[in-house]
Design a protein around this ligand. Structure first.
Ligand code: MN
Length: 211
């Protein structure tokens, strides 16, 4: 039995984001939900061409699938990729945007506060499950939101940061108060160094999507 995809290690200890996100939330979110997407993906792709493909390529190849099984592959592959990206979008270290990212933020939003306001709004207004994103198109920063397992990466858009707004991301800590979760996460946990690295890799990310 092929098991090509594995649960990537968290970039910090499970309790590192507390009290904004508790160790209990991370333990369920990473250990149960994220793990389940990995396990389901492995079962779905076993013996198929997808088992030999990179995760990103599976996501892009199935993003517009009409076939039910391929849609299920997309949902699980997208969720594996989105969760890996989400964990790296968060850090307990107080990071700051570097010069290039700072300039891009100023050009697109005027200020980081305005960026955060718009990112929070995207997360609050995503109806049902999904994700809020900071993305870059040709160096121009934008806010995006996607439903369920959707990801701008599938469209060749360079993702800089994401926040999970599925209920499982916040329910144990904030119950139904998604705006409170967003406010705390956006204020305290965003990994601006990760965003800078992603912005710096923009050409590479766009070329990979075009291949
Ligand atoms: Mn999640």
């Amino acid at each position: 039995m092929s098991q090509p995809f594995t649960l990537a290690p968290l970039p910090w200890e499970e309790d590192a984001l507390a009290p904004v996100i508790s160790a209990r939330t991370i333990s369920f979110h990473y250990g149960k939900h994220h793990q389940a997407y990995v396990d389901t993906l492995n079962k779905l792709v076993e013996g198929s061409n997808y088992a030999e493909m990179k995760l990103e390529d599976i996501v892009r190849a199935t993003a517009k699938a009409t076939d039910k099984k391929e849609q299920t592959i997309f949902n699980n592959a997208g969720q594996v990729w989105n969760h890996d990206f989400y964990w790296r979008s968060l850090t307990p270290a107080r990071t700051e945007p570097d010069g290039k990212l700072n300039s891009a933020i100023a050009a697109a939003f005027g200020s980081r506060d305005e960026l955060i306001k718009q990112l929070a709004e995207a997360g609050k207004t995503q109806f049902g499950s999904g994700w809020a994103w900071l993305v870059s198109r040709n160096g121009k920063l934008e806010i995006a939101k996607t439903a369920n397992a959707g990801t701008p990466m599938a469209e060749g858009i360079n993702c800089l940061l994401t926040v999970d707004v599925w209920e499982h991301a916040y329910y144990l800590d904030y119950q139904n108060a998604r705006p409170k979760y967003l406010e705390a996460v956006l204020d305290r946990l965003l990994n601006w160094e990760f965003a800078s690295e992603n912005l710096a890799r923009e050409g590479e990310a766009v070329r990979a999507a075009a291949e």
